[in-house]
Design a protein around this ligand. Structure first.
Ligand code: ZN
Length: 456
């Protein structure tokens, strides 16, 4: 924590010095301990990045499917294997336990829709946790700390449950740290029907609410309608990009903070009063780039962004294509924070509004509807496209060698089971002939696409 504060105090030069030294050490480590990177960097000069032998831009970018295909060669601990880790994350009772007694492990489909498995070592987890100091400072500055403390920092985390999703794993492992945390932090599953979610939140009466933007937007609608009666002191949006923070703040009756987070590194960036996200650049490097990986000029939306995690050694991520479209701020931020600032344009799945048998509309969160089929055998990517008030097309991209009919039966049964639990047994699932498509102006992958225009 002290180093984080010192780095900022020293300004851009102190931040750059730390970043460069950490990058050099990481590249040396990756070349030494990861067979995948050793092979990838074979043609590059030996030596370290700080001496100018190799610059960051000389290093070839990597993508998730490429890393996942070489998982056992990618990780630097030979005891970590894909088969073994897949067995660990297949067991929902192990959420919050450390994989092999020490690693934080989570799964993600992320922006690209390709499944990912991530492990973070204890030093990296300590680093992510220490970055909370920057979040605490902004809470103190916002003047809401007394209100939070008065209500025991009662925190509702509204995320996907029942699997090793980063948010749930983080919450469960924090809860295991002390009795006070166990009392204060509670997980609210986005998969449960909206009515019961609202009831549970009303009973808990949280002082702090953390959730994905899509979940928070739905909660804002419920509060506008008078059904959700919570009065949080502050709300934190985490994960994807936030649509309209001002409207959300007005509906939820408190300040809304935005945290840019991913399964690959968290928190990547924290917001400031000027609406920018300040990147924790002493521990994570973000490079906004075009489709051919040339740098995107400041002030313009990028095609994607390359992430380098300087904290995690067990599974090195160096110039990793994260898939988000970001805009880097030109010049220093007016708020005075020396950390580089970005805005994220990329990531936003839709909330589905489906009609039940009696014609009433039921809202379904994107993560809730995809969770039952996340990691389903044989599925490489899945995309749900609403095609009617009570109809959803299911686009599947299969793993090589998977039996198409069996995979479809399994996926359809899982989805139908989930929908029935939401009172939507009437919704028709259509097996789509077409493969999942990249959508949106930036060509990003959306797992859930709502009906844009009523067909009638
Ligand atoms: Zn700022």
């Amino acid at each position: 924590m002290l180093d984080l504060l010192r780095a900022e105090h020293g300004g851009p030069r102190a931040l750059a010095r730390r970043r460069d030294a950490r990058l050099a050490a990481l590249v040396v480590h990756a070349r030494t301990s990861s067979p995948f990177y050793r092979e990838l960097y074979r043609g590059l000069p030996a030596g370290d990045v700080t001496r100018g032998d190799v610059s960051l831009r000389d290093l070839p970018p990597v993508i998730k499917p490429q890393l996942m295909a070489r998982f056992d060669d990618w990780v630097t601990d030979p005891d970590v294997t894909r088969t073994d880790l897949e067995a660990f994350v297949a067991d929902p009772t192990l959420v919050g336990s450390r994989y092999r007694g020490r690693y934080f492990a989570c799964t993600s489909s992320g922006t690209t829709g390709h499944p990912g498995l991530f492990v973070h070592d204890p030093a990296a987890v300590a680093c992510y946790r220490a970055q909370g100091i920057r979040a605490v400072r902004s809470t103190v500055n916002a003047g809401v700390m007394p209100a939070l403390l008065r209500r025991g920092i009662r925190t509702a985390v509204v995320v996907g449950a029942g699997g090793h999703f980063a948010g749930a794993v983080w919450l469960e492992s924090e809860r295991r740290r002390s009795r006070g945390r166990r009392r204060a932090y509670r997980l609210f599953s986005v998969q449960q029907p909206l009515e019961s979610l609202v009831r549970a939140l009303n009973d808990f009466d949280p002082a702090l609410v953390v959730g994905y933007p899509s979940a928070l937007e739905l909660l804002a609608e419920e509060r506008d309608a008078g059904r959700l009666r919570i009065r949080p002191a502050v709300v934190e949006s985490s994960g994807e990009s936030l649509g309209d923070p001002a409207r959300l703040a007005a509906s939820l009756g408190c300040g809304v903070h935005n945290v840019y987070a991913a399964s690959e590194f968290s928190p990547i960036a924290l917001d400031c009063p000027r609406g920018w996200l300040h990147v924790n650049s002493d521990w994570v490097i973000l490079e906004p780039v075009e489709a051919d990986y040339r740098p995107t000029p400041e002030g313009q939306p990028s095609h994607t962004v390359l992430l380098t995690n300087l904290a995690n050694r067990v599974q090195p991520l160096i110039r990793y294509d994260l898939g988000d479209s970001v805009i880097a701020k030109t010049g220093p931020c007016e708020c005075g924070n020396p950390l580089p600032a970005v805005r994220v344009a990329g990531r936003h799945d839709d909330v589905l509004h489906l009609d039940n048998a009696s014609g009433r509309t039921v809202s379904i969160l994107p993560l809730a509807v995809t969770a039952p089929i996340d990691g389903a055998p044989g599925v490489h990517r899945c995309q749900l496209v609403q095609s009617g008030r009570a109809e959803v097309r299911v686009r599947l991209e299969l793993e090589p060698g998977a039996a198409a009919d069996e995979v479809w039966q399994d996926v359809a049964a899982k989805l139908a089971g989930f929908l029935a639990g939401q009172g939507l047994a009437n919704v028709k699932l259509v097996r789509a002939g077409e493969a999942p498509e990249q959508t949106g102006a930036s060509g990003k992958f959306h797992q859930v696409i709502a009906l844009k225009h009523d067909p009638d």
